[in-house]
Design a protein around this ligand. Structure first.
Ligand code: SAH
Ligand code: SF4
Ligand code: F3S
Length: 470
């Protein structure tokens, strides 16, 4: 039988990636194979891969957290018009956080009628039956049973969906590390953020479902699990809170490393910090998005903590594990951010000395409170702050990395490096990226993939290290 191919472009965060794995699993159950070279083409994120490789089903899993993700999506839909014109039997599906919003669905209907299937981030389980219907429709058209319309879009969006659907298939992207959802949605309503509107209310999976998944992953050779949620600290199912869940996962045999993300500073409890002392397999790293160092800006962001309380948290974390790797997110140019506010952020950066940080220019999102705030920061001012901040953050990252040189760290070997095929790549317990040139060459060194190896760090850059087996 002729093999049919799929290609999934994932434009969003780890949640989106995890959803894409589920959709890949659904497609493989239906007999589709991943398009050759899909990895490189999906990374390019411009839709051309789908055209070049002739994937039969093209899925675009969207993000709406910032405007540039929006723009990428609409650009991609434009490209896909040509794909669909060349072969109307190809199926184009779009889903994710953009399509949760009514105005976006209206725009797709009006401007991109060549899309076949639209569903949302809250009902990916609808995908297989929508795909079957779309294929049936195309067959009907080619056999003359249905009127020959070039386009026939079907839409199923569930704005209020609350229940969790278990037991969906998965095709995981990585052999030795995996994301496991522990909760969906977000109730925090930070004033800049679209996620509570696109992913709905917070809901937690049961510990049993999570543990079953962790055990199955361990049996498949997965060594590292990242527990995923928009705010893992508010995980609660029955009487089980996040620290207790972490301990349960810690006891799953075969899982050598546990990480979690994301952790909201306002809910980071002493109980969780204590896990860094007591849990066997919890990695010494935490992603703790601060967004701003100005208590006034944090209040207007509805973040629920102050500069001082954030600093107290990072102190406590370092008391629990002195060289814990702390990473963060910043938003620059939030409405009303003054020079003094920005100075507070720069001051916080000097106090905490983050190992790494993602910095974003504030992007107004329609429907969020901050999008209505006046006093926008001028673009030139925001960009100047952004550049100053990134420069200082990178300097600190490099200094921290240099301080690790010569040290020996356990590295989980993930596979050949994407940028240099003569090297293997992996991460330290703190999550720092290390490239290693195996003495026996990558081909033979591949036998170490999936192993945790002692590696000495010999060169330090800002974003990665070079190391050798110790
Ligand atoms: N739940 C996580 C992740 C949210 S989205 C958390 O609370 O940290 C990831 C990051 O995107 C956020 O931490 C924030 O820094 C950034 N972000 C979200 N909305 C944004 C916006 N409107 N403009 C710019 N950056 C934004
Ligand atoms: Fe968005 Fe705030 Fe929820 Fe994170 S905690 S997803 S930033 S609303
Ligand atoms: Fe993630 Fe983007 Fe949605 S960051 S939760 S895919 S808006």
């Amino acid at each position: 039988m002729e093999c049919k191919y799929y290609l999934i472009e994932t434009l969003g965060c780890q949640m989106n990636e995890r959803d894409s794995e589920t959709m890949a699993g659904m497609l493989e159950e239906l007999g589709y194979g991943r398009a050759p070279d899909a990895a490189a083409e999906e990374r390019a994120g411009d839709g051309r891969g789908a055209a070049r490789h002739g994937a039969d089903v093209i899925v675009v899993n969207t993000c709406s957290v910032r405007e540039n993700a929006d723009n990428r999506f609409f650009g991609l839909l434009g490209q896909l018009k040509h794909v669909k014109e060349a072969d109307p039997d190809k199926i184009v599906a779009v889903c994710g956080c953009m399509t949760q919003q009514r105005r976006v669905v209206d725009e797709i209907r009006n401007k991109f009628p060549w899309v076949d299937i639209v569903f949302g981030a809250m009902n990916i389980e609808a995908f297989p039956s929508m795909l079957a219907d779309a294929l049936e429709k195309r067959r009907g058209i080619s056999e003359g049973r249905e009127p020959a319309t070039p386009y026939a879009m079907s839409v199923d969006i569930r704005p209020e969906r609350g229940e969790i659907v278990e037991g969906l298939p998965s095709r995981r992207r990585h052999a030795h590390k995996a994301f496991v959802n522990i909760m969906y949605g977000c109730d925090n309503f930070c004033t800049y953020c679209i996620v509570p509107y696109t992913r709905g209310r917070e809901r937690s999976r049961t510990p049993d479902a999570i543990l079953d998944e962790a055990r199955a992953l361990a049996a498949d050779g997965v060594k590292e699990i990242t527990l995923l949620g928009q705010n893992v600290n508010s995980y609660r199912a029955g009487g089980v809170g996040f620290p207790s869940l972490l301990r349960l996962v810690d006891d799953v045999p075969g899982v050598a490393r546990i990480r979690f993300m994301t952790s909201h500073p306002k809910d980071l409890s002493d109980g969780l910090i204590d896990c860094y002392r007591t849990a066997q397999n919890l990695c010494p790293s935490i992603h703790l998005p601060v967004q701003s160092g100005s208590t006034d800006v944090l209040r207007r962001m509805n973040r629920g903590y102050s500069k001082e309380s954030y600093l107290a948290l990072t102190d406590k974390l370092r008391d629990a594990w002195s060289d814990i790797v702390i990473t963060t997110d910043f938003i620059v140019g939030f409405p009303g951010e003054t020079d003094a506010d920005f100075d507070d952020t720069m001051d916080l950066i000097e106090s905490v000395r983050f190992d790494a940080a993602f910095t974003f220019l504030y992007s107004p999102r329609a429907g969020t409170p901050a999008a209505e705030y006046g006093d926008r920061v001028a673009d030139a001012v925001a960009h100047a702050r952004f550049d100053r901040m990134v420069k200082r953050l990178n300097e600190i990252t490099k200094e921290k990395n240099l301080a690790m040189l010569g040290g020996v760290y356990d590295v989980l070997i993930e596979g050949p490096s994407k940028t240099d095929k003569t090297m293997l790549t992996g991460r330290t317990p703190g999550g720092k990226l290390v490239n290693i040139r195996p003495p026996e060459g990558v081909g033979r060194g591949a036998s170490r993939v999936g192993d945790i190896m002692a590696v000495r760090l010999t060169e330090a850059g800002t974003f990665s290290f070079i190391g050798e087996f110790a």
